[in-house]
Design a protein around this ligand. Sequence first.
Ligand code: AMP
Ligand code: ZN
Ligand code: ZN
Length: 300
Amino acid sequence: MKCKICGNRAVIKLRAHNISLCEEHLIEFIERRVERTIKEFRLINKDEKILVPVSGGKDSLNTLFILNALGYMVEGLHINLGIGKYSEESQKKTENFASRYNLKIHILQVKEILGYSTPEAAKKLRRPACSVCGLVKRYLFNKFAYENNFQVVATGHNLDDEAATLLSNILNWQEGYIIRQNIKMDSTHPKLVKKVKPLALISERESAAYALIRGFDYIREECPFAQGATSIQIKNSLNMLEEESPGTKLRFYKGFLKQNIIKREEKEIKLKECKICGYPTTRDICTFCTMRERLGSKID
Ligand code: AMP
Ligand code: ZN
Ligand code: ZN
């Protein structure tokens, strides 16, 4: 197997793109694809300050690294969720990565913000850990970005994540959630920072190969509370279809991005300001403040 660009030994075959590549050209291929995605969907401008939420996993570290390499102004934000050893390890990997590549990283501790770690809060509220975690992350990414003058939040969601979530939302016709699958969510309120997913057209396998070749030390374990069966089943099903017909995931997700259902829905959502924290919400008091009230969090 030879690299299609230089003829040297290829290390990977990308059937969705009908191409085999050597290490050097895989790196170039991924970085160019991210750059093209940013341009095609007008995700970010060079004069915008970008906050990359970094979990310590390959996708978010890749996002931080690639955006920096492409010349964008980026800083990372890691949220320590207080999930025992898993969170300690994630924070350590993120900090080591930042110092190795001389990138700026901010760290927030959920325990200091809520008075409880995410699993403790979930237990007290009798809610699944993943739903508390998702809510806390979404709220804090936006709040931190807004308060520190970032114009963009760029997460590390990859193609497999997006295609699987999209399929799951369609299977259950969760129309309200489908909008979140967009590759860009513009600011629709002064305190709502634009969100983008520069890696949304890069598959899990391509992302893993990139991190491996670059020699990144990332956290490999899944969160112990990882959403479990359904999302994994959906990813496996999509991989089976992909195996039969390479490019399926990309066609599915890119086809969705062309639908105007997204734009229509975006305009329909009316946002108010939370009576407690002032951040945008569809209710009188936002879900984050409702949670804090129920927890009796005293810390500000
Ligand atoms: P997930 O919801 O775990 O699939 O993660 C989606 C994206 O959220 C990742 O690609 C990261 O950009 C970001 N993220 C997840 N966990 C954290 C964390 N603990 N701290 C900061 N960012 C995170
Ligand atoms: Zn090559
Ligand atoms: Zn609030």
